[in-house]
Each structure stands twice: as structure tokens, then as C-alpha cells.
Write a protein that binds this ligand. Structure first.
Ligand code: FES
Ligand SMILES: [Fe+2]
Length: 392
């Protein structure tokens, strides 16, 4: 954010907005031209989360993704290294791998159209042709590479490579957070994919406020008492300084008394992470955000990652991964769905209300909305969008 203290309506001890701010133009949530502009300026320039590295378990495992309009192929090479390419043949551009996931044959990647064949290192190995052997220079026609990074078992790509922001700028520049969670070694216990008919910004704006929580999330506001008040943390209340001392979660945030994690009954599944500080345990949930594609929630017994990919101006795909210690997944007496069902319910409530939010945005008189004090993080998100578009 480039806002200075004097023009920043969120400055000071109270988190909330101190003056009326307007939302982004309503047209930006459905206009195909604006959508294409945001793909170019944001989605094709930022580090975007794809999947856990362990979901490509062996050499020659592959997965395919579509980021906006861009086809992406992630493959583990014979040496065990992950590599990212455009899923596009250098001959006339056919898609190379058709399935969402699978295993490349030992002979490498062969284009289904005219049979050009590539090594997993990206080199063009063979061109079936009755014509001259060196008609095309093979060394100049390898797969198009994509910049890729693995951070704590999470795989990210950046279509802009070195032209985009540095990877360490991800997570607001704080990639060292959450060192006490052994995230690298956690294993995928459950995955949920959901399509929602809304613009990607609608999703993030909803994520960035809890004003909707009392009406939309009855189970969640029981688990996190401060959410019942439509706010996310103590200083979201203008009267926060007058609150009595103590750790009442209604004022201080955190889980309701007696609960330690996000399960239906608030009880831990077991195998809690042993390195957490008392404060990390007390709060019971910690969010880490990597715009525009991912947020991660850290609990005492599991970790959850939600990934967002835009499918069009008014549609997105949400993929949620629940990660657990191996001991939890190996224990037949532990039902991980107690954790998965609880948070899946919250996310499905969010997806449904995001679709409602999207539908009203087409009204011609509604040129743009307004933001309430509690929506200070929506304001910040919208500043981030404007800045990325060069319009801040
Ligand atoms: S497009 Fe791939 S071999 Fe022709
Ligand atoms: Fe919500």
C-alpha cells in the first residue's frame, strides 16, 4: 500500500475506516475487458499457488492447470525435480497433456497432434517427419518454461518470471511466519473442489470482512465469538480501549472457551503440533494470505489451504486442501472429517453468499458500492488491486 498516514483512513489504534470509502466500480466485477486487464496485470504477474508438491508423488507424475486462459503443465522429471511449462506444443500449439493428472510415459511427452516428442527437461527430442532431418532447429524449440518455486511443500508459478514481484514478497513479505508448524511434512487428508459463479475479487472481498458472519455463518460465530459481533479482531471495535482486561474471546478474539481447533465440537483430533507457543495455541486459528490465489489457515492439529483460480469474469474455482500429520492419517480411530466438514461448511456458505453478491452487481444504477468501517481490509484489498493495475 502506498497510502500515507494522513490519507490512510485505517491509520490509528482503531482498525476500522474513519471515513466513507467507495468500492471498486461494479462493472469491474463482470466486464470481460476489465477481467482480461486483471489477468495480465495481476494473475500473470504474481506468484500463484497450484498444488502441494506431494500430489506429484513420483518421477513422471504430472498435473495440468488453467490459469486464466493460460495452460500449465507441472511435471516431476526423472531426477525427481518439479518443472513447470506451458502445456503447449512448439509445433502448432496443441495442448500436450489432456488429463488433469497422470503419469507421462517413459518415452517423454508426446504431442497428440503430430507426435513431436519432448524430454521432461523440456528439450525437443524427436520430430516425426519424412522431410529434411534438420528442417527445424530442435535446440530452439523446447517447451516454454515457467518460473516455479516450492515453499514449505506448496508449489507456486509466476508467468512473468523475473519480471514479476520477488517470491519473498509473497505473504506480504513474511514467508518466515508459521515456522512452528511442520508444514513441509504434512500430508493431504482431504480435498474439495467447488466452482462459484462470482468474480475473483468478490471472493477476496468477502474473505476480508466478517460483517457478513452473523448472518451467513451460524456455526462459525458460535466457534469464534468475536465474529458474532461482525468483526474480526479486538481493534475493529471503536470502543476497544474501554474493554475490561482479560481474555474474553468476545472481545479479544480466538476460539470460544473450551475449544482448541476448528472442528464441530472444538476438540482436537489429536497429534497437536508440539512446537506452538502458548499464544499460537490460544488463538486457535491463524490466517496467511497470498494474493491473488491462496490463503492458509493454521490450527493446532491441522492446516488448511484454499486456492482460487479465475475461470472467467464471473466464475472461479476454489480448491481446498486439508493437511494433517502422518500419525493422524494413519490412526483409524481419528475421523479427520470432523475438521474437514466444519470448515467446508463455512467455505460453502461463503461461496453461496459470493454468488448472491455477484448477481446484484449488474444493476445499472449501482455504479459502485460503499464500505462500512468494518470493511477496512476490503478497502486495503481494493487499494492492492488498483495499485497492481497502475491505477492506485
Ligand atoms: S501441434 Fe504438436 S506436433 Fe503438431
Ligand atoms: Fe465468510
Amino acid at each position: 500500500m502506498n497510502a500515507t498516514p494522513t490519507d490512510d483512513p485505517t491509520a490509528g489504534g482503531f482498525n476500522g475506516l474513519k471515513r466513507l470509502e467507495h468500492s471498486l466500480p461494479s462493472r469491474w466485477y463482470h466486464d470481460p475487458v476489465q477481467y482480461a486487464r486483471e489477468l495480465d496485470a495481476i494473475w500473470y504477474r504474481r506468484w500463484v499457488y497450484l498444488c502441494r508438491a506431494a500430489t506429484l508423488p513420483e518421477s513422471r507424475s504430472f498435473r495440468t492447470f488453467t490459469l486464466g486462459t493460460q495452460p500449465i503443465l507441472l511435471v516431476r522429471d526423472e531426477q525427481g525435480e518439479l518443472r513447470a511449462y506451458y502445456n503447449t506444443c512448439r509445433h502448432r500449439g496443441a495442448a500436450l497433456c489432456q488429463e488433469p493428472e497422470g503419469r507421462v510415459p517413459a518415452g517423454g511427452i508426446t504431442c497428440p497432434y503430430h507426435g513431436w516428442n519432448y524430454r521432461l527437461s523440456g528439450e525437443l527430442a524427436r520430430i516425426p517427419s519424412a522431410g529434411r532431418a534438420h528442417f527445424v532447429e530442435r535446440a530452439e524449440h523446447g517447451l516454454y518454461p515457467i518460473a516455479m518455486r516450492v515453499w514449505r511443500g506448496f508449489v507456486y508459478v509466476n508467468l512473468a518470471g523475473d519480471q514479476g514481484p520477488a517470491f519473498d514478497d509473497n505473504f506480504n513479505g513474511n514467508t518466515r511466519q508459521f515456522a512452528n508448524w511442520p508444514v513441509e511434512g504434512l500430508e493431504l487428508g482431504h480435498r474439495m473442489t467447488k466452482r462459484a459463479r462470482c468474480n475473483w475479487k468478490v471472493f477476496w472481498e468477502n474473505y476480508n470482512e466478517c460483517l457478513h458472519c452473523p448472518g451467513v455463518h451460524p456455526g462459525l460465530v458460535d466457534m469464534v465469538p468475536i465474529y458474532r459481533r461482525g468483526i474480526m479482531e479486538e481493534r475493529d471495535d471503536p470502543a476497544w480501549a474501554t474493554h475490561p482486561p482479560g481474555d474474553d474471546p468476545l472481545h479479544r478474539g480466538g476460539l470460544k472457551r473450551g475449544a482448541v481447533t476448528w472442528t464441530a465440537d472444538g476438540k482436537s483430533l489429536g497429534n497437536d503440533f508440539s512446537q506452538l507457543t502458548d499464544e499460537e495455541r490460544r488463538v486457535g486459528y491463524h490466517f496467511l494470505t497470498s494474493l491473488p490465489s491462496q490463503y492458509i489457515v493454521f490450527h493446532v492439529d491441522h492446516v488448511r489451504s484454499a486456492r482460487l483460480l479465475p475461470l472467467g469474469p464471473e466464475e472461479l474455482e476454489l480448491e481446498v486442501e486439508w493437511l494433517f500429520p502422518r500419525a493422524t492419517l494413519a490412526d483409524p480411530t481419528i475421523d479427520i472429517m470432523k475438521a474437514c466438514d466444519f470448515s467446508a461448511g463455512v467455505m460453502l456458505e461463503d461461496a453461496a453468499i459470493c454468488e448472491v453478491a455477484q448477481r446484484g452487481l449488474h444493476a445499472q444504477p449501482h455504479v459502485r458500492g460503499v464500505l462500512m468501517p468494518e470493511e477496512y481490509d476490503v478497502w486495503r484489498f481494493q487499494r492492492w488491486v488498483l495499485e497492481a493495475l497502475g491505477a492506485g
